[in-house]
Structure formats: structure tokens, C-alpha cells
Design a protein around this ligand. Sequence first.
Ligand SMILES: Cc1cc2nc3c(=O)[nH]c(=O)nc-3n(C[C@H](O)[C@H](O)[C@H](O)COP(=O)(O)OP(=O)(O)OC[C@H]3O[C@@H](n4cnc5c(N)ncnc54)[C@H](O)[C@@H]3O)c2cc1C
Length: 431
Amino acid sequence: MPLEKTKYAQAINDEILGKFSLKNRYNFLNNNLTSALSTEEFGFLRQVQRFCLKFEKQNNIKHNSDEDVYDWVPAFGEKGYITRMHPFTECDLNYKEHGLAMDFMRNLAIDMFDPQFAMGGGATVLAINPVHEHHDNVPVRIEALKEMVTGKSPGAILITEPERGSDAVHQLTTCDEQPDGSFLLNGTKIFSTNAPKSRWLVGYATAEQNNGNTMAQFLINTSWDGVNVERVYIPWVPKLFLGKETLTNARVPKEYILGPVGKGREHLFEGLVPERIAIAVMSISQCWGSLAHAVIYANLRKQFDKLILLFQGVGFLLTDLWARVTNVTLGLLKFCELFDEKMEKFGGELPPNIAQVMVASASQLKYHATMLSKDVCYECANSMGGAGLCDNTLMHDYLNISRIQEIVGGSRQIQQYIMSMSLRQLYKMSV
Ligand SMILES: Cc1cc2nc3c(=O)[nH]c(=O)nc-3n(C[C@H](O)[C@H](O)[C@H](O)COP(=O)(O)OP(=O)(O)OC[C@H]3O[C@@H](n4cnc5c(N)ncnc54)[C@H](O)[C@@H]3O)c2cc1C
């Protein structure tokens, strides 16, 4: 099934467009990964792929500009494909295939289906994880958690403020405790992926501005008084709705406090390892998506009466990208498997020394995979000439989305800053 647009002219011939089918791109990925994956991982990857193939066909999805990716959330939620990081027994879901490695498989399949849809889902997971960690069996929190996990509503995380981006622990949004134990929130948040489409937000505020020791964490309903959400438009991901939230005496009842004053910063940091790994996973999935297009194209497109793959300028470029993507995929997979193994061994709570190494590894992988994705997606598009730039395929989505991953979840420079602190720590441990 070609991905052709209906509104503008077709630039790629029928034969090649047909060969870009999701089925063929999945086949390319699977043939690359079969030997690296366990039977369970491969089985789950195929399961999600089968669902995406059927969903695309049944709903006649062309991935063109007028489709609303948020319309697809309920169907994926019903199948349990929003997140597989946890089994979610507290929501009576009990997903058998779960953990970081299984979630990697889920994302590989969904990102190849539609990268913007996958990124929106990834942002919902950032709201899901803290509620999973801190629901304390409070019914309203479990209800909100279940709504997000099962696709009844997307979710959003509110960390960034207009004046506080990288410096996320010196927040200006305030929380004032009231005599009944509720809190009033005042301030502005920005760039919150999915917020305009979400019922649930997880937000941070501080009892004293610029004091990270007084941060708290809240579950917020967008329909509450004092919560105003506007859309921020990011042209590189035009299908995603990002929010700018103005909180004016927004009252958060007691049962929705996920982390009291003094606990907010700790809660913020505990979410960073899975968040950075999820961004690395998304980036490497985008590499495979763009590589699948470029490799299929180079094996079909002829110039000077020869397949362009056979010109070294194209063929050797693709082999270089392919080698780098394969190697980082294997590293990332190994990290996910180790993380799952250790979480199981230590009953879900990693000892501080292991957790510290994981923080550095997560930064290394996020840093490396996002830079790789930016290069690979660009070079793959470039190797396809005009076909890689026109709107007939998902290549322009890859090109644009891959440039964003370096910024979200802590910019490239912030990852380097974290890694330099780890190097200092390692030096002190070693010398
Ligand atoms: C598409 C998209 C989705 C997003 N989704 C979310 C979301 O869901 N929730 C959320 O809370 N936020 C979200 N963000 C916000 C994102 O996390 C921030 O944009 C990011 O942390 C950078 O903050 P900033 O934009 O304020 O840039 P700034 O912090 O102002 O940084 C500007 C530049 O200065 C550099 N810099 C800053 N400090 C240092 C330093 N110490 N050393 C070296 N260089 C430094 C940065 O690397 C960057 O290059 C999203 C952003 C985008 C673009």
C-alpha cells in the first residue's frame, strides 16, 4: 500500500512507492534484528507490527497532513500498546510482556508505522510513569493512570517554564498549601507535549521560587478552574499538540498530590533514566525507519543505467549508516535487558551505586542515539535525492522529528554536562 498523498502531485513512480509499504519496511527491520532478539522480544515485536499493519489498512491511513494522530490513541490503548514499561497490575492490566526491552520492541513497531504518533505516545508515558510510582493506591490516581495507559486520554508532563528550561530545578511556578491540605498553583509552563489534547497533566511547582528543595509534584486535571491550556505550534512536528499552560490559583485537591513539598526534585530525577532511554529508543527507531526507505530506494532507483546502490557514493554511505545504527541498537538493547534484569533482581529498587551508573549510561545513550538519528535521517533523505524530500513518504517526518530529539529530555549540552560530572565521580572512585 503506497503512502501517496492525495492533495499534491505524486513524485515517485508507482513501483517504488508500492515497495515502501509498511510491510516491506518491517521486513527489512526484522531481517536485521532476528538474530539479536530473544524469542519473546521478536514475538512481541511481530505482534505489535501485525496490529499496526491491520490498523493502517483498515483505517486507510496515508500519513498525510490532515490526519489527526490523536484519533488513533484509543485503539492502541485498548491493545495495551501505549506503554509496556510496567505490567500495571494496579490497573488490573497485568501485561505479560513488559519492561524496558519489551517497550523498545513496541516503540520500534509503532515508530515505523508513524513517528509523530510514537512521539506523542512517548510523552504520555512521561505522565504515566510518575503516577505509576506514586499512586499510593489512591483511587482517583489509579483511575487517571488507567485512563492514560488504556488510551482513554493522552497525558502530558509539565516541567519546562518559559524562563526555566535546562535549569529545571529552579522553578518559578509556585504551590501554596491551604488549610484543607489542597494546594493553589500559580505560574506558566510551556512545551508540554500533548497537553492541549490531555485530560491529565503531571506538573511540578515549588513552595519557594528558585528553591529546588521545596519542589512538589501534582496530578492535574485540565478541566479544573484556573488551568488554561493554549497550543504551541512546532512546525517540525505539525501533528503534535504542545501546550502552554497558565495556572491561576488552580486548586489541586489533597488526593492528587503525587509528591509533597520537598519530594518534587527526587521524583523529577527518578523519571529521567527511563525518559532518556525512551528518547534513545525513539531516535534509533527513526534511524531504522529512514534507513529502510533509503535502502529500498537505492535497490530500485536507477541513474546512468545502474542501481544507485552500486555507486560507491550512495552504497558506501548507506553501509556506514547501517553499521552505526546496528551497533547502537545492540548497545541500547543490551542496556534495556540489563536494566530489566537488575530491576527484577533488586525488587524494583536499584542500589545507589548501580542507579548512578545507569544515569550516566542513559545520558550516554540519549546523547549518542539522538545525534546519530539526526545524521542518519538527514543522510538517508539526501541519498534519495528529490524522493527523500518530497511529501510522498515519511522521510520528511524523519528529517524533522530527528532534529528535535536532541533538545527534549535535556539538550545535548546538558547530557554532556551530566556525563562530565560522572567522569569526575569516576575519577574520584578510581584514583
Ligand atoms: C518538541 C518539544 C517537546 C517538548 N516536550 C516537553 C514536555 O513534554 N514537557 C516539558 O516539560 N518540556 C518539554 N519540552 C521542553 C524541553 O525539555 C526544553 O526545550 C529543553 O529542556 C531546553 O530548554 P529551553 O528550550 O528553555 O532551552 P534553554 O535551557 O534556554 O537552552 C538554550 C541553549 O542553551 C544551552 N544550555 C543551557 N544550559 C546550559 C549549560 N549549563 N551548559 C551548556 N549549555 C547549556 C542548551 O543546550 C541550549 O542549546 C519540549 C520541547 C520541544 C521542542
